[in-house]
Design a protein around this ligand. Structure first.
Ligand code: ADP
Length: 328
């Protein structure tokens, strides 16, 4: 059954059960209260037969107020217990509602991930296969051969990037990845990553404003994956003719790494969501760019493991700024 129909059915069932429970609670309160009033009336009739109100007015009044007090105490007890019960039902219902919705969302995102991943793995493999077959079949001139080899290498780099993301995120998730803790120069690492991107995308401009000797303690492979993911997104989600800017600055609170692009930017309400696993903006069927929704999730996980925060803000006049602040 498609996820949406199942979600709708579960929602209808949930609200029906919840409304039934609340109605039963209200009915329980009304009937107890009625019982309480009937009991009071019965006790008053009983009192009238036992005590003559004109002969013993004081005794009669005392008994009457005792009966009324007893009725009021009972009513307060029902209201108190009923309210606590009602509150517990609401808290429980809220909790169930949130976790069921989260579960459905995750399931939907996992489905999207499976669609995306199949496509992402197939495309570079098909391109590389086709290129190699062409090279094998035809005696091409050296220039064409070089071009085919370069696109094949690009595709294998993409495949490598993708499998690394999947592997590392599942290892980090399961606790199977052993984080190394090395003294390393983030300035050098960023410069190397930028150079890789310049080689991979010669038609694009990459600017680096990198302060030297920014030392951090951490896992070089993970930090490289973090930087590469941010650069990859900046390239992927901005027009070819716009530059990508990387900067690294040391300040009093630590070291700040920024990757800026001049793409369409990220809408305010999506800014938080993009760091969740498998989350991609828009609909899988209508989305033009390729991706798995793992990149930023991995970035945030790596940042947290390195005592760093990752944020996204708007670039001026357009685009995004991803900032990673390493607290030292
Ligand atoms: P992927 O790129 O594989 O879809 P990510 O986790 O890296 O997954 O990014 C999640 C989503 O955030 C992307 O699908 C995209 O919609 C949005 N996004 C990420 N980086 C940028 C960016 N620099 N500019 C605009 N949108 C971005």
């Amino acid at each position: 059954m498609p996820g949406r129909i199942r979600l709708r059915r579960t929602t209808v069932l949930y609200w029906t059960v919840l409304l039934y429970i609340i109605a039963a609670l209200v009915w329980w309160f009304i009937s107890l209260n009625q019982q309480n009033t009937s009991m009071r009336d019965f006790q008053i009739i009983n009192l009238r037969t036992r005590v003559d109100s004109t002969a013993h007015p004081l005794l009669y009044q005392q008994e009457l107020s005792r009966i009324n007090n007893h009725r009021d105490r009972n009513r307060s007890k029902y209201i108190g217990e009923g309210s606590i019960f009602f509150l517990l039902i609401l808290v429980g219902a809220g909790f169930v509602y949130r976790s069921v919705r989260r579960q459905f969302r995750l399931q939907q995102q996992q489905q999207n991930f499976m669609i995306a991943i199949t496509h992402e793995l197939k495309t570079p493999l098909s391109v590389a296969k086709l290129n190699l077959e062409t090279l094998q079949k035809y005696n091409l001139d050296p220039e064409k051969q070089k071009k085919l080899i370069r696109t094949t290498l690009d595709e294998t780099a993409r495949l490598n990037f993708l499998t690394n993301n999947i592997l590392i995120s599942s290892q980090l998730e399961s606790g199977g990845y052993k984080l190394s803790s090395e003294e390393l120069d983030l300035s050098d690492l960023l410069k190397d990553c930028l150079q890789d991107f310049r080689n991979r995308f010669p038609e694009r401009e990459f600017y680096g404003d990198i302060e030297a000797d920014a030392a951090v303690t951490g896992d070089p492979l993970l930090l490289q994956i973090l930087i590469n993911n941010l650069l990859e997104n900046a390239v992927k989600y901005s027009p070819k003719e716009t530059p990508v800017n990387a900067s690294l600055k040391k300040n009093s609170s630590g070291i700040e790494l920024q990757i800026k692009d001049q793409g369409p930017g990220i809408p305010g309400d999506e800014k938080k969501k993009i760091f969740t696993r498998f989350y991609r903006i828009g609909n899988e069927a209508t989305r033009k760019t390729q991706g798995t929704g793992l990149g930023l999730y991995l970035c945030r996980k790596i940042a947290r493991d390195h005592n760093a925060d990752i944020t996204v803000t708007n670039n001026e006049p357009t685009g995004s700024i991803f900032a990673v602040i390493f607290h030292t």
